[in-house]
Ligand binder design. Sequence first.
Ligand SMILES: [Zn+2]
Length: 264
Amino acid sequence: MKIIEPHLHMYSRTTNDYERMAQAGIVAVVEPAFWGGCDKTSPASHLDYFNHLTTFEPLRAAKRGIKHYVVLGMNAKEAENTEISFAVIKGMQAFLDRPNVIGIGEVGLNNNTPNEIAVLKAQLELARKRNDLVVVHSPHVPKLAGIKIILDLVKELKLDPKLVCVDHNTEETIELTRSSGCWAGMTVYPIKLSPARAAAMILKYGTDRMLVNSSADWEASDPLSVPLTIAEMKARGMTPADIARIVWDNPRQFYSHSQKFRVE
Ligand SMILES: [Zn+2]
């Protein structure tokens, strides 16, 4: 089965991972800009990172037969520093027209603070102005309150919910995200959400506007989380067509809003 991995961080992964992913059927990946484990001390560090994601990474992926796309943004974890954040938002605009950049992300909230909300709001406004899709990171704790703030902003700024993916949903938040009309991402991450829990949510709520990703990064995570979830969906009796909808049709539909996303 062919797979699009809609959210992971190859910046923190090895080339062996690309090889294993290709063997497992992953033909394209989308990498959102994120927090690298240590706060950056200047806007230039973020821009160098964006340069890496738009030059080195697509070449490294292509050598293993994988198409590599990115969404760029000022991440939530470092957004408390508004001086750096607003300089990054200004500087990143020169990168948004690069060939593998298909939208804005991952932006969002970490502790739901006023500064984080201001940085998120500016980037949602930029997405609306450019008619770009946007991938939004929801906070780990308190998640439900954070998703409420995010969805209120999407409404207030009159963004098209079909161009917004609210990520890292759990059983606690999935209904709220789905009721907004936005895409609902679920991250299968060993210590946070098992393949079994993700499959159970898909069986309960259906395949419409649902995305499964690994968010694989430098933490305990697995770039083969989506293939593992396929096995779980099969074991629970889902049809091949429904499974393909989750791992191929849905990410393809969401990201194809960008003319640059071409995966056949
Ligand atoms: Zn991420």
